[in-house]
Design a protein around this ligand. Structure first.
Ligand SMILES: C[S@@+](CC[C@H](N)C(=O)[O-])C[C@H]1O[C@@H](n2cnc3c(N)ncnc32)[C@H](O)[C@@H]1O
Length: 135
């Protein structure tokens, strides 16, 4: 059993993720080889009318690599948990889909994503929460 080595690897991976998304929360367009922001969301098939309703701070920091909403519809009143919600783009799209009777929780390792979600103005029922130590 290699506990010390595992702990070191865990810390290294965690730090790598935190640093990568720290930069992404400031200027995502410089970090990834794939498109980010609104153009990316439209290219991945998010409905343009929904994309336009997501406040700019989250829309501009969208760094998703797929469209989870393509898997099936989310209905009014449902509860959604977004694991690794970043700056909140998908959580906000989900909040629009579930409406005021639904609930959306966004969880992310990095607290640095939170200010963008606050600036975006979370709809009622969209509660940010945190799964890791504050960064
Ligand atoms: C590709 S981004 C998510 C993009 C997001 N869906 C959006 O709308 O822009 C991946 C996110 O997962 C988070 N993450 C990675 N590993 C995590 C973990 N173990 N627990 C919680 N969040 C994690 C990162 O901090 C990052 O914000």
């Amino acid at each position: 059993m290699e506990v010390q080595g595992d702990e070191h690897r865990f810390k290294t991976i965690r730090q790598g993720i935190l640093e990568k998304y720290r930069v992404a929360s400031v200027s995502p367009e410089t970090l990834f080889r794939y498109p980010t922001g609104e153009a990316s969301a439209l290219g991945l098939g998010y409905p343009p009318a929904l994309v336009a309703r997501v406040p700019a701070p989250s829309r501009e920091r969208f760094v998703g690599v797929g469209n989870p909403f393509a898997l099936g519809p989310i209905r009014q009143g449902e509860a959604v948990l977004d694991l690794g919600c970043g700056a909140g783009f998908d959580a906000l799209v989900a909040a629009l889909a579930v409406g005021p009777t639904g609930r959306v929780a966004g969880v992310d390792l990095s607290r640095r994503c939170w200010p963008w979600r606050r600036a975006a103005g979370l709809p009622r029922g969209c509660q940010p929460s945190n799964s890791g130590r504050p960064t």
